[in-house]
Design a protein around this ligand. Sequence first.
Ligand SMILES: Nc1ncnc2c1ncn2[C@@H]1O[C@H](COP(=O)(O)OP(=O)(O)OP(=O)(O)O)[C@@H](O)[C@H]1O
Ligand SMILES: [Mg+2]
Length: 261
Amino acid sequence: MTIEVSNASVRFGGVVALNGVSATIEPGRIVTVIGPNGSGKSTLFNTITGMVIPVSGSVSVDGWNLEGVPTHRRISAGIARTFQTPRFDPHVRVEEAVLCGFYPQVRAGFLSTLLRLPTAEKEEDTFRERGEKVLADFRLSSLRHMALGELPMGQVRLVEVARAIANEPKYLLLDEPAAGLSRDEQHLLSEEIRRVAKSGVGILLVEHNFAMVRALSDNIIVLDRGSILLEGQAQDLLESQAFVDAYLGTSHAKHRETADG
Ligand SMILES: Nc1ncnc2c1ncn2[C@@H]1O[C@H](COP(=O)(O)OP(=O)(O)OP(=O)(O)O)[C@@H](O)[C@H]1O
Ligand SMILES: [Mg+2]
């Protein structure tokens, strides 16, 4: 039960966006991808969801090779994602946006929903209840009637994460979900990510804040111009001088020297 990206390469014209990248996302674990702008982080996400087709290599979910499988079928297989730049209708209200997360799970048929048959109504009640819980978990209950267009981008991202989680996916891909959030919101988001992972969801995260990355990640992949430069736990990366210099700057290196005595 994993998402396996094996040796995937992606090109856009002359640009090699991914160069032989492999990654494994397992239930209950958090893998984080870090790297400078343009290093291929979002392309890795798009390769998994089928929005980008690799020129070589493969992606599989739970042993199913996804070659030629369209995005909507990958979503039905339990892969949910958020976008770095959220794509949303500014008129949709927070509550509706989160309830939309349940759409792929709706089992009652279109006709029974239309005719409001008891099975459909029961299902709707269950979703509403779960929707309430997700709204409360993300402290969004008081904003439920706000239109997304009225919210700052950070909170729209939070709504996106809430919607993706409402979907109860097996795998959750979060592309810079903490961008634009206050410290408190970042803390809340970290707690939610941890909680969802504990419930058995496999998570792939793109995040720039190394403190958050360090606190959350079971494994960190460092991408550089489409290739994996380093991979390991936070401590492994911090032991690499090249990593510390390139990603954390000299102030962190100095701090480490002091901390190490
Ligand atoms: N649809 C596309 N068409 C052409 N080039 C693209 C496309 N998507 C990405 N690229 C290029 O591929 C490379 C990797 O981009 P990608 O968006 O994956 O990087 P990233 O690590 O997510 O960057 P950022 O930190 O800015 O989000 C970049 O050089 C980018 O310009
Ligand atoms: Mg990106």
